[in-house]
Ligand binder design. Structure first.
Ligand SMILES: Cc1cc2nc3c(=O)[nH]c(=O)nc-3n(C[C@H](O)[C@H](O)[C@H](O)COP(=O)(O)OP(=O)(O)OC[C@H]3O[C@@H](n4cnc5c(N)ncnc54)[C@H](O)[C@@H]3O)c2cc1C
Length: 386
């Protein structure tokens, strides 16, 4: 059996990004096998993220914006995001770009197959896909399904359905996406509309919820129709595409390192920011670091500053606790965060680039009592779990 340098199980966002960074590094001639059950020829998702400089996917961005809008309880309007740009990448453009870029490297092989098993062995990372065995020095696995069910943790879902609509009347401001529009019935949890305008007659309009309970298709669609009728002067409109997604918002510990030769990446590796669901930029950052370490010392390790990480995870858990236990209305929490802090700083906070002092300052702008009760509850659970 041929032994590969690397097997990438799952050629989606994380798997293809990893192959891309490897192809840009001194490891570009290593043998790499990418296994995915799909052909990746559908526009199955839209990624948005913020960034200050030009990033590796600048040439394939679908849109980028210099400002974003927010509709909260006591603030409605544009948010000054400083030097950041809010960027949008379509799934299909990413997959096509990756396929044509990676095809230039003869040492990179693609195989369409379903991964049945990933296992660490003394000889290397071992994979069975469509009953065929494969082995590599390292397996990077983004197919592992997270089991998020321990009651001592906070396990919410970010679930959403969106439509790309074209409208009869010009009704979108194409210079401003809307990060969160809370002018809808919260039904006791956290619900908002997210709008990415492509031009004055076309936009992705997405109904998003943070809670434990998925809705029926009809319920998402009714909410979308109600919002469009109430807040957008569309005239007639036509639905061009639809998107549905579920992202874990969980503080359940995940193991990125599943063995000496097996590393979980992307959502499987726990790369999703628990309190927001944003995964794209964190994945880029973490994979870049993994490749740097592979180049430097042959090990796919990431540097994890323990204390800092613990504190950031703690803040995530506190917010999840407030949301899950419904300790305070979510629309008010997010309004305070964006209204009482420079939005640019909130972006840095969500990227986990803020200092301890800055974190405390930001936390001083959320309602004290529910967050203190939540912090004590999280600490109690942590101590009890330990
Ligand atoms: C609709 C949607 C929109 C999102 N929007 C954003 C956003 O705007 N910003 C953001 O930061 N995050 C966003 N996310 C979250 C996150 O960035 C994406 O889910 C991202 O695609 C995760 O990357 P991944 O590589 O971990 O998983 P995926 O991209 O899903 O890749 C996993 C790959 O593994 C393959 N696979 C799975 N199981 C098997 C198997 N058994 N055998 C073989 N192949 C298998 C799949 O076909 C897939 O190609 C979004 C998620 C969804 C679902």
């Amino acid at each position: 059996m041929k032994k590969y340098d690397f097997i990438i199980a799952g050629g989606g966002m994380a798997g293809l990004s990893l192959a891309y960074y490897l192809s840009q590094s001194p490891l570009r001639d290593c043998s790499i096998l990418i296994l995915d059950k799909e052909t990746k020829s559908r526009n199955d998702r839209t990624w948005c993220f913020w960034e200050k400089q030009e990033g590796p996917f600048e040439s394939i961005l679908y849109r980028k914006w210099n400002t974003v809008e927010f509709f909260g309880t006591t603030y409605k309007g544009a948010l000054n995001i400083g030097d950041y740009q809010y960027k949008m990448l379509r799934g299909i453009d990413f997959y096509e770009f990756m396929k044509s870029h990676l095809a230039r490297f003869p040492s990179i092989e693609f195989r369409q197959a379903t991964v049945n098993r990933v296992k660490d062995t003394p000889q290397g990372g071992f994979v069975i896909a469509d009953d065929e065995p494969y082995i590599a020095n390292f397996v990077f696995d983004s197919t592992h399904v997270l089991k998020l069910n321990k009651p001592e943790n906070h396990n919410l879902w970010q679930h959403f359905k969106g439509w790309i609509i074209t409208t009869e009347k010009p009704c979108f401001d194409s210079s401003k996406p809307c990060m969160m529009d809370f002018r809808i019935d919260q039904q006791g949890d956290c619900r908002f509309l997210y709008i990415l305008p492509f031009d004055e007659r076309t936009a992705l309009v997405e109904y998003t919820i943070f809670n434990e309970q998925l809705l029926s298709d009809e319920q998402y669609e009714t909410a979308l129709m109600n919002y469009i009728d109430r807040f957008l002067d569309t005239g007639n409109y036509a639905i061009q595409e639809s998107e549905f997604g579920i992202i874990p918002m969980s503080d359940e510990p995940t193991s990125e390192r599943a063995g000496k030769h097996v590393v979980r990446i992307g959502t499987s590796g726990g790369y999703t920011k628990p309190s927001t669901g944003y995964t794209f930029q964190r994945t880029q950052r973490y994979l870049h670091e993994i490749v740097q370490n592979l180049v430097a010392n042959g090990k796919p390790k990431r540097h994890k500053p323990r204390l800092r990480r613990f504190f950031k995870r703690f803040l995530d858990s506190v917010l999840l606790n407030v949301l899950q236990k419904r300790r305070h209305p979510a629309d008010d929490i997010f309004t305070r965060l964006y209204q009482l802090n420079p939005p640019e700083q909130i972006f840095r906070f969500l990227d986990e680039d803020t200092t301890f002092a800055e974190d405390l300052k930001i936390m001083s702008t959320v309602p004290l009592k529910p967050f203190t009760i939540a912090a004590l509850d999280v600490l109690r659970k942590r101590i009890f779990r330990a």
